[in-house]
Structure formats: structure tokens, C-alpha cells
Design a protein around this ligand. Structure first.
Ligand code: CP
Length: 328
């Protein structure tokens, strides 16, 4: 398939290759060099759900490769508001664009859209389904942070916490982690928001040690990565929203990090984190703590998304020949 819809389509070799290409994109992502390798190519950036990082970083990544971008944000600005189907939208967009990134609130909708086109389609998040480019940038971040700390990935202990039921980033990340050497994965979710059992079974069947715990009030001193997520209230049914209240027991904050975790434990979050007073995913009291990797993680979105485009559009071997110095 020419598309990137799910981590299911990625092998370990393909992930390793993508991350090697991403590392080669760093001079461009860090604005030290420029390229026009995608000159003349057009990206369709179709977002039918709110986004800051995915929408803007895909846009920036395509632009930094020399391509241009058409953006449609929200149903209001698309003819889907007039009842146009995913099939027709896909056929039309295929005539205009050379690659398409799409985010949509319904699980499976991006795959349905992709089935109607041969233009590469990247799933930028389909409801509670998957977010494969986020998993790639998360894994790239883990790889870079471990290299900085001089730690091997094999045998690492990763804690995934927060909304593991509706959080699509953790669905993609746990699949991607499961492609690597045996890891220890601990899952901590509020009652009712646990990781779907088919994903736990998949990871266990690949030889990883998976454990579910009920609270963060345990000893996590040997955890290498704390990956926390926002409660995805927009996915709740009316009944759930009424009945659901979350204690601060699931908050990753300075007290948790200082009392329960190690000095080298890194803290990740796909973002956005919820900054409202009642929220409790990731406290701002960790801002400035070197263990907080969230903004290194967002920066990594650019080289990883450039690598996705470079490989899908088969220009990765042309980039080095096309590099030139920045003039601004
Ligand atoms: N991580 C992520 O998907 O962020 P956005 O919703 O802002 O794109």
C-alpha cells in the first residue's frame, strides 16, 4: 500500500529506515540547510477535527521539502458539509494533490478515504483508532533520549498512563514498541479507560512483559519512560461524561516524579495537555525539569514527518544532492 494508515503496515525494518531518514532531515528541520526536492508537489491537509501539532507540522514538513500545501480545516470549510461522501472527496482531492494527510473523528474513515485513491494518504488521527506518525515521532524521541542518556532500548520499562481506551496515540505506540526487543510495559488507566484487550494480547504474544496497575501510587523507580495522555472527553458518551470524575491520582507531576520515579526517567505526552484547573494529565510544575521531553518530542515531529513524505514520494535519495545553505 502507498499509504500510512496504521502501525500494522510497518515492519521493524521500515521503522528503522524511516528513523534513519528522519535523522538525515535534521539539518533542514533545524533551519541550517534548505532543499526544494518536492518543488511542484502539492499536499492536501484535510483536518475534520481540531489539531495544532499534526496539522502545522505536516504543513511545515512538506513546505521545508519545497512543496506547497492546501489546507481544509473543519467540516464547515469542506463540501462534506453539503453531504459529499468520503469516496467523492477522495476522488476529487486525488486530482489536485500528490499526497494527503487526513484527520477525522470516525475510526476507519481515513482508510475508507484511502481506498478510493492511489495518492499516498497519511492517517493524521481517526477518532479513537490510530495516529501512526505520532507513534513514529514518539519512538524517534525515545531513541534519541536513550542515546543521550547512554541507555539501551532492549529491556526498557515504559509506563503508559491516562486515557488508554480512547487515546489513539497510545494505540499506535504500543504496536510500534511491540516490534522491538522485549520490553516491560506497565499500563495505568482510570477505571473504564483501560487499554483495549486485543492490544494487550498482541503485545504479550510478541514476548513483552505487560502489566496493568490501578494507580500511580506505587514504586516506579525503574521506569525509563512515563508516557501520559489527556482524558479524551470528546469521545465520551453523554452517560459517561455525567458519571465520570477523575481524581488527581492519575496526574504526572513533580511529586510523582520526585517520589516515585528515577532521576533519568523521561516524561512524554503527545499533547495537547489540558491546562484547565480540573485537568490532571501532566502538571505544569514539571516545566523546566530536564526530564520533561514534551517539547523535544514536538520538535521531532518535523524531521519524522519529512521522512514520511520523502519515503512515500520516493525522493529520499535526492535530498543530499539538493541541499543548499539558508539565506535568511
Ligand atoms: N499530538 C497531536 O496529535 O496533537 P494535535 O491534536 O494538536 O495535532
Amino acid at each position: 500500500s502507498p499509504h500510512l494508515l496504521s502501525v500494522d503496515s510497518l515492519s521493524r525494518d521500515r521503522v528503522d529506515h524511516l528513523l534513519r531518514v528522519a535523522a538525515r532531515m535534521e539539518p533542514i528541520a533545524q533551519r541550517r540547510q534548505v532543499t526544494r526536492v518536492l518543488e511542484g508537489a502539492v499536499l492536501g491537509n484535510l483536518f475534520f477535527e481540531a489539531s495544532t501539532r499534526t496539522r502545522v507540522s505536516f504543513h511545515a514538513a512538506f513546505s521545508r521539502l519545497g512543496g506547497s500545501v492546501c489546507d481544509t480545516t473543519g467540516f464547515t470549510f469542506s463540501s462534506m458539509a453539503k453531504g459529499e461522501s468520503l469516496y467523492d472527496t477522495s476522488r476529487v482531492m486525488s486530482g489536485y494533490c500528490d499526497a494527503i494527510v487526513m484527520r477525522h473523528p470516525d475510526q476507519g474513515s481515513v482508510a475508507e478515504f484511502a481506498a478510493a485513491t492511489h495518492v499516498p494518504v497519511i492517517n493524521g488521527g481517526d477518532g479513537p483508532g490510530e495516529h501512526p506518525s505520532q507513534a513514529l515521532l514518539d519512538f524517534y524521541t525515545i531513541d534519541k533520549e536513550f542515546a543521550r542518556l547512554g541507555k539501551p532500548l532492549a529491556g526498557a520499562h515504559v509506563l503508559l498512563t491516562g486515557d488508554l481506551k480512547y487515546g489513539r496515540t497510545v494505540h499506535s505506540l504500543i504496536k510500534l514498541l511491540s516490534l522491538y526487543d522485549p520490553l516491560r510495559i506497565t499500563l495505568v488507566a482510570p477505571p473504564g479507560l483501560e487499554m483495549p484487550s486485543h492490544l494487550i494480547d498482541l503485545v504479550a504474544s510478541r514476548g513483552h512483559r505487560v502489566e496493568q496497575r490501578e494507580s500511580l501510587a506505587d514504586d516506579y523507580a525503574d521506569v525509563d519512560v512515563v508516557y501520559t495522555t489527556r482524558i479524551q472527553k470528546e469521545r465520551f458518551t453523554a452517560e459517561m461524561s455525567e458519571g465520570f470524575s477523575l481524581s488527581r491520582d492519575f496526574s504526572v507531576d513533580r511529586t510523582f516524579m520526585d517520589k516515585r520515579c528515577g532521576r533519568d526517567t523521561i516524561v512524554m505526552h503527545p499533547l495537547p495537555r489540558d491546562s484547565r484547573a480540573e485537568a490532571n494529565d501532566l502538571d505544569v510544575d514539571l516545566n523546566g525539569d530536564p526530564r520533561l521531553a514534551i517539547f523535544r518530542q514536538t520538535d521531532n515531529g518535523i524531521p519524522v514527518r519529512m521522512a514520511i513524505f520523502a519515503t512515500l514520494l520516493q525522493v529520499e535519495d535526492l535530498i543530499e544532492k539538493d541541499l543548499r545553505p539558508v539565506r535568511w
